[in-house]
Design a protein around this ligand. Structure first.
Ligand code: PBG
Length: 323
């Protein structure tokens, strides 16, 4: 197998042959675009650290969703913000919540788009944690998962095609499955944020959603970035509880985890290229330090190569337009 008989460069000499031998391909149908919905009409709040991403009221969101559908994107992941936070995060399961309103409008106006909702409490509670706070500065588990089930059932009732719990409480997938089944949504699948790490890369998102915890941090429920084997355990447990798809988050700093999980399970695996990953590329590109399109494309390709079947990314719209 040695030179000069073998020359690897032979199969790299022309774009045609490079395309023929490419092992990994990106397709618009692989990409899930996160969308942020807020109360009101004609409201758009740009997010400073996430250029081209904004919180939108339902009317503007519907227009954006139509554009995404036209580009061949099959699914969106919806995040909401409440009119008013409270102690239990009650607007998260309110019939008049922004997400519920958006679901009704999107189902009607963009029937071919697949609607996934983020299920969590952090944007809705005063404390900003993904579960309810206890009296002694911890985050309650077993009470929180009942509320998460209630949120998931509310989303399904208003039109969610799939729910995606991002809270990292123990037993939430089982609680959500129970709540969905009890409300006769046996066919609504769950994509669990199964291997979700306590990451610094969520910074821009928390600013956008005003969901920074008001005490402590999320390390008592999100995974320790030092741990790799534990991710497989988390994933297997979620599948056991009824998860139809699992997710790794963030993506690029955790490609080893993604690859392990791909090898360990045969359910579809998603990866979330999070706000900080997006912001890094955008900021470098704005400074002229990186070619944005090439860097975004390469980052997504690396995530797919590592094992993701689909990718949640703020680049979805831009990249789909170029594919
Ligand atoms: C809420 C949630 C977060 C993200 C998705 N769902 C933030 C967090 O856990 O702190 C992060 C998304 C991103 O950074 O793009 N639990």
């Amino acid at each position: 197998m040695s030179f000069p008989i073998h020359r690897s460069r032979r199969l790299r000499r022309h774009p045609g042959i490079r395309r023929l031998v490419a092992e990994t391909r990106l397709h618009p149908a692989d990409l899930i675009q996160p969308l942020f919905v807020c109360p009101g009409t004609k409201v758009q709040h740009d997010i400073a650290a996430m250029p081209s991403v904004a919180q939108m009221s339902v009317d503007l969101l519907v227009e954006e969703a139509k554009r995404l559908g036209d580009l061949g994107i099959s699914a969106v992941l919806l995040f909401g913000t409440p009119q008013k936070k409270d102690d239990t995060g009650s607007e998260a399961w309110s019939d008049s919540g922004a997400v519920q309103h958006a679901l009704r409008a999107l189902k009607k106006e963009c029937p071919s788009l697949y609607l996934i909702t983020d299920v969590c409490l952090c944007a809705y509670t005063n404390c900003g944690h993904c579960g309810l706070p206890s009296d002694h500065g911890t985050v309650l588990n077993d009470t929180s998962i009942e509320l998460l089930g209630q949120i998931a059932a509310s989303h399904a009732k208003h039109g969610a095609d799939m729910v995606a719990p991002s809270d990292m409480m123990d037993g939430r997938v089982a609680a959500i499955r129970r709540a969905l089944d009890n409300a006769k949504f046996q066919y609504t699948p769950i994509m669990s944020y199964a291997a979700k790490y306590a990451s610094a890369f969520y910074g821009p998102f928390r600013e956008a959603q005003d969901s920074t915890p008001q005490f402590g941090d999320r390390k008592t429920y999100q995974m320790d970035p030092a741990n790799r084997r534990e991710a497989v355990r988390e994933v297997l447990q979620d599948i056991d509880e009824g998860a139809d798809m699992v997710m790794v988050k963030p993506a690029m700093p955790y490609l080893d985890v993604l690859s392990d999980i791909r090898a360990a399970v045969d359910v579809p695996v998603a990866a979330y290229q999070v706000s900080g990953e997006y912001a890094m590329i955008k900021a470098a590109a704005q400074n002229g330090w990186l070619d944005e399109r090439a860097a975004a494309f390469e980052s997504l390709l690396s995530i797919k190569r590592a094992g993701a079947d689909n990718i949640i990314t703020y680049f979805a719209k831009d990249i789909a337009a170029q594919l």
